[in-house]
Ligand binder design. Structure first.
Ligand code: OOB
Length: 542
């Protein structure tokens, strides 16, 4: 049984095939085409895996999972950090046609349950080193809430019945990969979201493989590429823009880092002669500070390209990158839903520092809409509208939300406010969606508001962004309560509900009532102005 999702209309599919974008080849091809190569593919701590190793290990894991009854049409909930197993599990699942949701390692009970609720997974793969999985309590909860769950395999678990490592040890026997057809769902990406429930993005082999190949071409990844993966491996940016999958496609090596701090990354760059990495803007600030303190550019001597994306990079910070880190800058403005824009490697400083790049595919259709959905001329700020060969046509099982997020012609409205330059570059000028971009980590306001409203003393709440010098934006919860509650109590409440730590409001402001717009909606614009005007006064209750 295949997974139901919103497909591209036939005429578009035909065009994308005719142009050679959709090759009808599954993503497993990325590994398959190098399966006899002994070149270094992944470095994870002391472990080094060649392409041949990856192919062999993923065959073993795939065969072991198939023997446990997993097959095409099944889905999996996977939560692994920046470890080699993340890629091994991904390719193994692709080989047997099982579509995973790759949760971020920072996700907790609330997020994992929301994903499981939507995909009804047959398989769970997670890590005993994650706080949720140190014992079996949460696995029990998942099994109870989601009876679809049949197989559990845990990293860092020695038990033969539940250990992931054990599955790699089983001899594969006779195994032939059976990926899903290339125009079916290969896996789900996570949406940054703006609604109450985290949304899932179905990505097909065809569309994702195309996005990887074009990224590799634009960013010129090849056998000499040594890529440091310091952002969460599951995120679309370090996975496919061009990310690790782009590296594998090009035949280079991926070195895994636990976090993007200079302390962790600089020694890895020096040791492995890293040529390129991708960061979010706050990490760039930390790297620049470290460089000032340590003053040793030697460690970064091999670094040729620094990609920056996920949140807006200020012009001043942008200009400091080549000057102080001694490498080229590439701005990346992408989204898990599809569209990715890159500044090009030979762009002039003006484009490199002041734009977020231009669409990577000639068939990305991008235009800017005014409030009524009419196109705006270059230079004017409006809503980003897009469709194309790797931009999805609908969130998974979300017809109502899709009706709002897409126009009648299938253009996706990303919720970003952008300006198109006369030569086709984009400048991100703001956001219309109800989301906070906390240094690249996306927070759907409504999701956190709903969780806060579950506290018996919270009467009304609005979560808004507040400017932050270091990470761009932080979150502030304006709350109306029936009695005095300390922020610490509300934070504990959120933790008890099991929400990722980065979603906890950075600040709480108690008010008697929330300001309303003339149509009676909470006036978040007004609240943002209020918080920005008051950031010099201490926060309530802290
Ligand atoms: C990437 O993907 P998501 O899905 O976590 O977030 C997408 C949203 C965009 O709609 C935009 O609001 C924001 O993140 N964003 C940027 C940006 N890159 C992403 N805002 C301003 N400037 C940028 N350069 O974040 C993502 C996916 C693939 C590649 C790169 C980033």
């Amino acid at each position: 049984m295949s997974i139901t999702f919103n497909r591209w209309p036939d005429e578009f599919a035909a065009r994308y095939r005719a142009k050679g974008y959709w090759l009808d080849v599954p993503l497993t091809d990325i590994i398959d085409r190098r399966k006899d190569s002994d070149a270094l593919a992944v470095v994870c701590g002391d472990r080094r895996l060649s392409y041949r190793d990856i192919d062999r290990l993923t065959d073993r894991l795939a065969a072991a999972l198939a023997r446990r009854g997993l097959a095409a049409g099944d889905t999996a909930l996977v939560q692994l950090g920046n470890v080699a197993e993340f890629y091994l599990v991904l390719f193994a699942l692709l080989k047997i046609g099982v579509a995973p949701v790759n949760a971020l390692f920072s996700h907790q009970r609330s997020e994992l349950n929301a994903y499981a609720e939507q995909i009804k997974p047959a398989l769970l793969i997670a890590d005993r080193h994650h706080a949720l999985f140190t014992d079996d309590a949460f696995i029990g909860e998942l099994r109870q809430l989601h009876p679809s769950l049949r197989v559990v395999a845990m990293r860092n678990d020695a038990a033969p019945e539940s250990g992931l490592a054990h599955l790699f040890d089983e001899a594969p026997g006779y195994f032939i990969a059976t990926p899903t057809p290339a125009d079916e769902v290969a896996f789900f990406q996570l949406s940054g979201g703006s609604t109450g429930t985290p949304k899932l993005i179905p990505r097909t082999h065809n569309d994702y493989y195309y996005s990887i190949r074009v990224s590799v071409e634009v960013c010129r990844f090849d056998r000499d590429t040594r890529y440091l993966c310091a952002l969460p491996a599951a995120h679309n940016y370090p996975l496919s823009s061009p990310g690790a999958l782009g590296v594998f496609y090009g035949g280079g090596s991926v070195v895994l880092a636990n976090d993007p701090s200079a302390n962790v990354c600089f020694p890895l760059i020096a040791q492995h002669k890293i040529t390129v990495t991708g960061l979010v803007p706050p990490a760039v600030t930390l790297w620049l500070q470290a460089m000032e303190q340590w003053g040793d550019r030697g460690q970064l001597a091999s670094l040729r390209l620094l990609q920056v994306g996920g949140a807006k990079l200020g012009e001043t910070l942008a200009a400091r990158i080549p000057a102080e880190l001694g490498c080229r800058l590439q701005q990346v403005f992408g989204m898990a839903e599809g569209l990715v824009n890159y500044t090009r490697l030979d762009d002039d400083d003006e484009h490199m520092f002041t734009t977020q790049g231009r669409p990577m595919s000639p068939d990305d259709e991008v235009w800017v809409a005014d409030g009524q959905g009419n196109p705006l001329p270059p230079g004017q700020v409006g809503r980003l509208m897009t469709r194309g060969p790797y931009t999805f046509r609908g969130y998974y099982q979300s017809p109502e939300h899709n009706a709002e997020a897409f126009d009648a012609d299938g253009f996706y409205c990303s919720g970003d406010l952008v300006e198109l330059t006369p030569d086709g570059y984009l400048k991100v000028q703001g956001r219309e969606k109800d989301q906070i971009n906390r240094g690249g980590e996306k927070i759907a306001a409504e999701e956190v508001e709903n969780l806060l409203l579950r506290h018996p003393h919270v009467v009304n709440v609005a979560l808004v962004s507040m400017a932050d010098e270091m990470i761009g934006e932080k979150s502030c919860a304006y709350i109306v309560t029936s009695q005095d509650i300390k922020p610490v109590v509300l934070r504990r409440h959120l933790r008890q509900l099991g929400v990722a730590e980065f979603k906890l409001p950075d600040r709480f402001e108690r008010v008697d009532e929330l300001p309303l717009t003339p149509v009676g909606k909470v006036d978040k614009k007004r609240l943002r102005q209020l918080i920005d005007a008051s950031t010099t006064t201490p926060a309530a209750g802290e």
